[in-house]
Design a protein around this ligand. Structure first.
Ligand SMILES: NC(=O)c1ccc[n+]([C@@H]2O[C@H](COP(=O)([O-])OP(=O)(O)OC[C@H]3O[C@@H](n4cnc5c(N)ncnc54)[C@H](O)[C@@H]3O)[C@@H](O)[C@H]2O)c1
Length: 389
């Protein structure tokens, strides 16, 4: 059996999703040999997933000749440097979303004074440099966008390909009640708010779906413009009114609405919110000339359960971002599979072991981040931004 040896950078929330998925890979022996992390509980994480070593400095992973793949699951402001260093050391790269971003100008703490146009241009410059670095390295770049690998989206595309349907409109969303992590509240660490943190998932999904249609039809369908509005809706809430919302946006938005127009005159509407209570709302709706697909990317209706009391099940996972465990609830089953993490890691390992390119590749990552910042520019300037993306 082919063997692939991986080093992970990060042992936080998303790293656990990857670590679970590595354990489920079939047909290939996957060894997560070491992890790099600054977290105090990194050793416990490593023990839980049978990872041999933990280093504070990620460069120790790059020096290890046995490690073929570096899986970057660190905060976004570190992605670019880590990608470049990993490629230089001859490793294949997996990188979590977003690919990169603009994290305030040097010496500035807040983003409010920085024109989004400058941010957009800086990000486009970075994607060009990264593209070149990947080409020169001859290594694989795999973008960990789990939406692409959800059974719901893949099955919808099977139907669309079989009937050669024309996709006229897409509506997609990722929203929840926000993250209590301080870094989520600051542009300096995230490169934006709900749009870049959550919106990058549905944006990638709509780009991928239209790209699949392009391939199916043999046409070059491109993004020709974007219009967006962003808001800080929670800013006016009193502490009591804010009690059930986790986000405390400082210089970032907690709501974004984006309209993407494609060269075939079709459109996508994408929403990303940090102010939606009731669990995560992750969906992609596809409207064709003859069919409709409602993909629930966080489908929790496999098990409905009722509990009078929380005692004894305090640690049970119901679904992401849900505040309580009592009353009637939908329990998320097979989350890694249904949210695409298992399919994503399986395909990435197959690409490394046997060759091939992933469906979620560098171009998808680059187009998503460029579109995100063009949307920020549109929101700031109050106008449609023309693109050829
Ligand atoms: N695909 C998804 O569904 C999904 C969900 C959540 C987060 N993410 C993405 O995953 C990435 C990580 O997010 P998270 O929520 O896991 O964050 P987190 O804060 O839970 O974990 C970040 C990890 O990075 C490590 N780290 C930070 N700086 C480091 C450094 N210099 N060297 C080595 N390790 C370092 C920390 O020790 C920590 O283990 C982000 O890019 C985020 O956008 C993806």
């Amino acid at each position: 059996m082919k063997k692939v040896t991986v080093g992970m950078i990060g042992t936080g929330f998303a790293a656990a999703l990857h670590a679970e998925a590595y354990q489920k890979v079939y047909g290939i022996e996957v060894c997560v040999k070491a992890a790099a992390s600054l977290a105090p509980d990194a050793e416990a994480f490593a023990r839980r997933y049978g990872i041999g070593q933990v280093y504070p400095d990620y460069r120790r992973l790059l020096e290890d000749l046995e490690i073929e793949v570096i899986d970057i699951i660190s905060p976004p402001y570190l992605h670019r440097e880590m990608i470049e260093e990993a490629l230089k050391s001859g490793k294949h790269v997996i990188c979590e979303k977003p690919l990169t971003g603009f994290f305030c100008r040097p010496g500035e703490e807040y983003a409010d004074g920085c024109p989004r146009k400058d941010m957009y241009e800086a990000v486009c410059g970075e994607t060009r440099q990264l593209r070149q670095a990947i080409r020169q390295s001859g290594r694989l770049f795999m973008y960990a966008e789990n939406y692409i690998y959800t059974p719901a989206l893949q099955k919808s595309l099977e139907f669309i390909r079989a009937q050669k349907s024309r996709i006229l409109f897409l509506r997609a969303e990722e929203s929840h009640k926000g993250s209590h992590a301080m870094h989520a509240a600051r542009w300096k660490y995230n490169g934006g708010g709900s749009l870049i943190r959550q919106g990058c998932h549905p944006l990638s999904a709509v780009l991928y779906i239209k790209d699949q249609e392009s391939r199916m039809r043999g046409e070059d369908i491109r993004v020709t413009s974007v219009m967006a509005e962003v808001a800080r809706t929670g800013a006016g809430l009193s502490p009591e009114e804010h009690a059930y919302i986790d986000s405390h946006a400082v210089d970032v938005e907690d709501l974004a609405n984006v309209i993407v127009t494609f060269s075939d005159q079709t459109q996508a509407v994408v929403m990303a919110g940090d102010m939606v209570v009731g669990g995560v709302r992750n969906l992609v709706e596809i409207y064709t000339n003859e069919s409709v697909y409602h993909c629930n990317m966080a489908a929790t209706d496999g098990l409905r359960a009722y509990h009078e009391r929380e005692k004894g099940i305090e640690d049970f996972y119901i679904t992401e971002k849900l505040g309580c465990r009592t009353g009637w609830q939908n329990i998320y089953l097979e989350e890694e599979l249904m949210r695409g993490y298992s399919g994503e890691i399986q395909e990435f390992m197959e690409c490394v072991a046997f060759g091939g390119t992933p469906q979620s590749d560098f171009e998808l990552a680059a187009r998503t981040i460029e579109l995100t910042y063009a949307a920020y520019q549109s929101a700031q300037e109050g106008r449609r931004i023309a693109l050829n993306l």
